[in-house]
Design a binder for this molecule. Structure first.
Ligand SMILES: Cc1cc2nc3c(=O)[nH]c(=O)nc-3n(C[C@H](O)[C@H](O)[C@H](O)COP(=O)(O)OP(=O)(O)OC[C@H]3O[C@@H](n4cnc5c(N)ncnc54)[C@H](O)[C@@H]3O)c2cc1C
Length: 271
């Protein structure tokens, strides 16, 4: 849609060009959400595209995903041998309800910064122990694990004008085995639950990441693969009945029920 409140589009070549922030400014990534509804409080868009960040940089330490990396770029990523968790990229991308236009325009950073419970790039990067680099206006860069970046439905730790620069996925997490389950109440509907388990080759360091069923990502970590009873007890402890997200895509009791069900499937698959 046309945003008729916009009077200026800035196209910086460095984020430092935007040293002052004021109400009315908004970072523009793929624009798929920004242009999907009126933005009456926004008069200036600041296009991140002209910053020219490399979308994906793989090193021995892991994978650096620029916030401006498009979903289509991530889908095309060819992993170095040994990064066994990379097929999870496409499983999460497939869980992201979108048209051709969103596929080619939406960015990983835009999805994470939207901070919706069903944000599939949040599920992916939290499950693979991603750490975001944040650039505040006029302050020092800071790092925040993605699991802590989202604080609630459409809420996150970003301060006014703060920019998500990139997300680092460590090679240690990329090398783990994984299992993923996702369900929607309707065919091709928004996720009611998207749950990922990862585990080391030797069965150590089992990490269960629950998303979509809860307002923000929740993680349960075990030194080794737990038994079915241990897993259920941990979910009971960490995710009480009021920890689930109730919306048109599923009631909280339903999401709680499928969390137990899918978590057990994941545990069994990885055992
Ligand atoms: C038809 C439709 C279906 C959708 N289905 C889903 C779905 O199933 N699951 C889901 O999670 N979402 C869904 N969405 C919303 C989706 O999250 C966004 O459209 C998309 O992820 C936003 O990415 P973008 O790059 O286009 O961001 P933009 O629209 O450009 O920006 C989104 C917001 O993030 C801010 N922002 C963007 N990048 C940064 C950055 N690097 N640092 C700081 N702030 C930033 C922007 O200022 C803006 O507030 C849907 C949207 C539409 C229109």
């Amino acid at each position: 849609m046309n945003l008729n409140t916009i009077t200026e589009v800035k196209r910086p070549t460095s984020a430092d060009e935007i040293s002052q922030w004021r109400d009315g400014y908004a970072w523009l990534a793929g624009g798929t959400w920004l242009f999907s509804e009126p933005q009456v409080a926004v008069d200036t868009l600041i296009d991140l595209d002209t910053l020219g960040w490399a979308p994906l940089t793989a090193t021995a330490a892991g994978l650096e995903i620029a916030a401006t990396c498009r979903i289509a770029d991530l889908h095309a990523f060819k992993a170095p041998t040994g990064w066994r968790a990379v097929p999870l990229f496409n499983e999460c991308i497939d869980a992201f309800l979108m048209s051709f236009k969103i596929w080619n325009a939406a960015t990983v950073g835009g999805n994470v910064c939207m901070s919706l419970p069903a944000g599939a790039m949040i599920s992916l990067t939290a499950a693979l122990e991603g750490v975001g680099t944040l650039w505040p206006r006029g302050g020092k860069p800071r790092e925040v694990p993605i699991v802590d970046f989202v604080t609630g439905n459409h809420q996150n730790v970003l301060q006014k004008g703060e920019l998500l620069r990139s997300i680092h996925l460590p090679a240690s997490a990329l090398s783990k085995r994984f299992a993923m389950r996702q369900v929607s109440l309707t065919h091709l509907g928004r996720s009611a639950a998207l749950i990922v388990g990862t585990v080391g080759n030797d069965g150590s360091d089992f990490l269960l990441t629950v998303t979509a069923a809860t307002p923000r990502p929740r993680q349960l970590r075990f030194a080794r693969l737990p038994s079915a009873a241990e897993l259920r007890q941990a979910i009971d402890r960490e995710l009480p009945a009021d920890a689930y997200f109730q919306d048109v895509h599923g009631s909280a009791p339903y999401k709680r029920h499928i969390t137990y069900y899918l978590a057990e499937q994941i545990r069994t698959e990885l055992a």
